[in-house]
Ligand binder design. Sequence first.
Ligand code: AMP
Length: 596
Amino acid sequence: MLMNSFSSFSMREELTRAISDLGFETPTPIQLKVIPQLLSEPIDIIGLAQTGTGKTAAYGIPLLHHADLTAKHVQCLVLSPTRELCMQIQEELSKYGTHMRGLRITAVYGGVPITGQIREIRANPQVVVATPGRLIDLLERKAINLDKVEYVILDEADEMLNMGFREDIDLILKNTPAREHTWLFSATMSNEVRGIAKRFMKDWKEYSVSAPNTTNENIDHQYFVANHHNRFETLRRLLDFAPGIYGIIFTRTKSDAQEVSEKLMKMGYHVSPLHGDMDQKMRTKVMDRFKAKQLQAIVATDVAARGIDVNDITHVINYELPDDPEVYTHRSGRTARAGKSGICMSIVSPKQISNIRQIERLVKQKFHKSDIPDGAEVVRKKLFFYLEQIATAEPQADFAKLYWDVMHEQFADMDKDELIRKLIWLQLRETIDAYQDAEDLNAGFESKGRDRGERGERSFNNKSVRLFINLGEKDGINTGKLIQFITDSSDIEPGLIDRVTVRDMSSFFNVPGDAAEGLMEMLGSKKFKGRKVRLDVADQPMGGSGGGGGRPWERGGDRGSDRGGDFRGKPKAASSRYSGDVKAYGGGGGYKGKRK
Ligand code: AMP
């Protein structure tokens, strides 16, 4: 028997069975620390652990182990900050207690009629999971009696205090005269949290596990610098640049969540708000749709998002940074769960860059400053996404059997190139239209797409030129490695390279104008891992360039004259079938020719 397995814990057989049914193999670190202690001697404890660490089972298993199923009164009380969390805890505890006959667990929380909950309390559950506000309401109505409660768990104590429940918690704890065991769980330890312990707990032991997500190396932290008035447009662009997104967009206020979400919905995005001003029914509906992947993102406030228990979030977007850097870790920890990787993007104003530095220190990870993509990049990204979708689609076996002949007939005289162009055009037309004159949203560079000359001129006046290089993450490149490669392969000083943006297949960086030409020549003859390196000016002045280069998809296609290379790593079918056409689609003209 392994010492660190669930079977090494001496607990009720029904619990061992339920855990085995659930497929839990090894206890998480907080469970390993807390469960044996609380099973053998349920002393007062403080557990410092975040959501996602398995803390519910850490206290839930010992709690159910000690529960007296013959009792006809409330023995165990779990307090938690939000209704979502209450429901989640009840669900979780019910799973562990599924084989315990006679066990009743009830959750009571605001936002739904109280009468149904009063009825449930009358059925004498042994375990009640409650939000402080609703519990006080029930106490005032004398609908619940806490006189015989022996176990009290404060789950997410820091969050309850943040939400202003301090007095309610005090009142509730004072109303539990038979309380013998108090277990407090919190993601962070503050004086206020310690204050509760001092007032209501005796000789407690503290257990802490490092927050799983503060140092989660699977999260790529990126930030985008935009002026305040461009925040929404930036969000929109980031969404368009992540066509397969399954994400959470965080706002600071409920009204922002509502407003941002409504604006996005009007534009055709599959999103929905999630905040405390929505009634419970609505929130449950939103969560159901999100879990069923009918929504690409939800726009949520921190409090409302606490209850989201979804493992495959691809992106977290901070529409605004939170005031408290700790909150950032809660937000970013929504992605890259269960060993997956994820991206946390933050839209910041130039003044907020110092906040990023502060968060970097907390999460002990470097944030990547990324450029807000331009129209060409968005169109290109969507194109590639679509191509990949086509390449990997698995149509039903007898799909369109009935119409097969008609379809063939319809396209009999159309060659493959034309068919592809038409299909792709239909798919991308809206994006292309939307990004025709896309503004540069990067703070300090805003100007209408059609006036790009201004930006370019400014760049050149500043003697800074933005270069494109055909090496990206897929080549094992990151910012440091790229700078290393450039400096090793040329005579440029590392300090002259800035604004590095590493993307999947390519990267961008700025160098002084007088160094650009020489650098392109020197690097142009180099190879990286056997592949020829290609450099180009990424943001050539467009002013007066006429039609050639003004249209985003053409610019994208042109700049990507190596785009065949972009299919490295993509399914073979996509590469062989489409690479040539993408180039054709990218079209002629463009600024590359002009430069030379
Ligand atoms: P929590 O931190 O309590 O919100 O738990 C996060 C998730 O991890 C929940 O979905 C639990 O069901 C799951 N979980 C808890 N303990 C384990 C374990 N030992 N092994 C696998 N999954 C677990």
